[in-house]
Design a protein around this ligand. Sequence first.
Ligand SMILES: NC(=O)c1ccc[n+]([C@@H]2O[C@H](COP(=O)([O-])OP(=O)(O)OC[C@H]3O[C@@H](n4cnc5c(N)ncnc54)[C@H](O)[C@@H]3O)[C@@H](O)[C@H]2O)c1
Ligand SMILES: O=C(O)C(=O)C[C@@H](O)[C@H](O)[C@H](O)COP(=O)(O)O
Ligand SMILES: [Zn+2]
Length: 348
Amino acid sequence: MNGLNNSVVIGGQALPELAEMLGQAAVSQVFVVVDTNTARHCYPLLEPYLPKHKLVEIPVGEQYKTLATCELVWNELTESSADRFAVVVNLGGGVVTDLGGFCAATYKRGIRFVQVPTTLLAQVDASVGGKTGVDFLGFKNQIGVFQEPAAVFIDPQFLATLDARQLKSGYAEVVKHWLIADAQAFATQRQEGVLVQDWAPIIRSSVATKQQIVEADPLESGLRKMLNFGHTVGHALESYLLLQSGREILHGEAVAAGMVCETWLSAQRGLLSASEQESIETFLFSVFEKVQFVTLETDAIAQFALQDKKNSGSTINCTLLDGIGRAVYDQPVTVAEIAESLRYYHRL
Ligand SMILES: NC(=O)c1ccc[n+]([C@@H]2O[C@H](COP(=O)([O-])OP(=O)(O)OC[C@H]3O[C@@H](n4cnc5c(N)ncnc54)[C@H](O)[C@@H]3O)[C@@H](O)[C@H]2O)c1
Ligand SMILES: O=C(O)C(=O)C[C@@H](O)[C@H](O)[C@H](O)COP(=O)(O)O
Ligand SMILES: [Zn+2]
């Protein structure tokens, strides 16, 4: 695609390869989207590898993953007269890669973008697979498109400035990949927790799991729904708390809670044994603190699942576990069952 190809490069060679790619491709202008934190911590590491470019800085946080923030990016592209040979480099966590990807995919009906993820969450999940978008009316990723980046450049050195809470949030998606597709890794690697010294092997295996699933079903008509394990309940919880100032939680924290709830739903249906359920729960609670809500809120939280993208009509289709390392999708669940799973979580 105009000298850029759709690859994922992981390791110390990532930034030199990005430089090489941008040097070879027909590129009219380069725009680097950052947030305020990645401008400070990550841009100095990337800058030596970039040709002449313009920096586009967006505010930090999920609250800014909105159409209003997209306008900042589209304004900059328009005012700089960016043409279809311009390339957007998204340098940041999942908010930057989702939003920057969406802005590029829609500007003049689509210009090329590359992802340079700087959080563990974005390195193991968000930067790969072509889901881009923003939140809308409080619903997660309600507006977006599937558009693969021209390439993804993952350098674990960016993780050095990430705090423990953010590392754990990314780790939730690693655990999700184990639970849906890699029982062996869940059995052997979970002992290490987040005290991992070298993230590269974990990033490589998580990205490989995700790529394998995405390649089989890029537009999520079936199999890709496995990657949404923990997200029917997780997104409902994340969306509900996002709308309440001061109670926001991180995406991975919501997914971890969602995985406990959806593990319970799996066990309720006889898909998981009591001992499998217990080992998942015990592990998740050894890493993640309990998300705070009161029982009275569970019905309101569960209502958010009515907007889940996997739904058909009013049927909420959940992804459940059929044993550790195996996911089944399109499992109908009711709002009442989701609320019950949240009450179970609350009681633990
Ligand atoms: N597209 C997908 O497939 C996909 C997959 C999973 C999650 N997501 C989305 O990703 C988002 C969450 O991503 P996230 O957890 O990366 O959040 P994020 O982008 O908000 O980054 C987390 C925090 O870390 C800061 N930061 C980023 N890199 C840093 C670094 N190297 N050093 C210090 N600080 C740094 C950011 O400024 C922010 O404060 C959610 O919106 C979620 O919906 C998308
Ligand atoms: O790539 C996918 O497919 C996923 O579901 C990965 C999820 O971890 C990610 O949070 C994704 O953004 C959720 O997508 P959505 O379609 O439920 O908004
Ligand atoms: Zn996710």
